[in-house]
Design a protein around this ligand. Structure first.
Ligand SMILES: CC(C)(COP(=O)(O)OP(=O)(O)OC[C@H]1O[C@@H](n2cnc3c(N)ncnc32)[C@H](O)[C@@H]1OP(=O)(O)O)[C@@H](O)C(=O)NCCC(=O)NCCS
Length: 215
């Protein structure tokens, strides 16, 4: 197995040395900081955000800080790499995105959510394009996939725009929200990603800036 892939599946590896800072046309994807907690709690506490994803809900006091600490701990254990999404022009914390590594080497699940005031501006697509590029180009992943509830057509469109093809449907019970629903699965293989880049260029026009040290 390729060392780059091994180090980004479970277990210690280069990821633990510091989270990269991904810069796109309008966004900065960066490490979470404690100051994000209050806004995270406010944005993720919106039932419209919680309905289609599984952030902590309802967001009682302290949940934002706990959630952020959980992301950083999971990162340190090599289980995921998660970014705060910051809007470049005003520094606003607008949401979160990340790759959760699977026990199967080289495979990761893409997760994301944005606060409702920031929907409909292309931000999720821009952030997802950067993270997918990071996953394949820097982390050396072989497969990135994402589930979405069937009714979440905006998320389906985001995934389609960043090259995650619809692969199928399954019925699933989500114990976190006590909900049985149809889940649509999307995915992209490494060769598909590079074929797409060769043919169409990168989605989102992201550029990669130097790593920032973890705080
Ligand atoms: C899903 C979510 C991330 C989308 O964020 P966003 O920044 O609004 O997404 P974008 O603006 O980048 O793209 C949305 C796309 O979906 C389209 N869209 C929006 N609502 C739609 C709908 N009801 N049906 C079909 N397409 C829809 C938009 O037109 C856009 O496509 P386009 O660029 O081709 O016009 C955001 O709504 C969210 O965080 N929701 C709550 C949490 C969540 O669902 N997370 C994902 C879990 S899988």
């Amino acid at each position: 197995m390729d060392d780059a892939i091994r180090s980004h599946s479970r277990g210690p590896g280069v990821l633990m040395e510091g989270l990269p800072r991904l810069v796109t046309a309008r966004l900065v994807l960066r490490a979470f900081v404690p100051a994000d907690a209050a806004e995270m709690q406010r944005l993720a506490g919106d039932p419209a955000v919680a309905e289609d994803t599984l952030p902590p809900h309802p967001c009682a006091d302290g949940v934002g800080a706990t959630w952020i600490a959980g992301r950083r701990a999971a990162h340190d254990r090599g289980e995921e790499t998660s970014f705060a999404i910051e809007r470049a022009h005003d520094g606003a914390f607008i949401g979160a995105i990340g790759l959760v590594f699977e026990p199967r080497p080289g495979c990761a699940r893409l997760d994301y959510w944005l606060g409702r005031p920031y929907w409909g501006r292309g931000y999720a697509s821009e952030a997802a394009a950067a993270v997918v590029a990071h996953g394949f180009e820097t982390l050396g992943l072989e497969r990135i996939w994402a589930p979405r509830f069937r009714a979440n057509e905006a998320s389906g469109r985001v995934l389609e725009k960043v090259g995650l093809t619809h692969e199928g449907s399954r019925r699933q019970f989500a114990p976190e929200c006590g909900r049985t629903d149809c889940v649509e699965q999307h995915g992209c293989l490494r060769w598909e990603y590079f074929a797409r880049v060769a043919h169409c260029g990168r989605a989102g026009g992201e550029s990669h800036a130097p790593r920032e040290a973890k705080t």
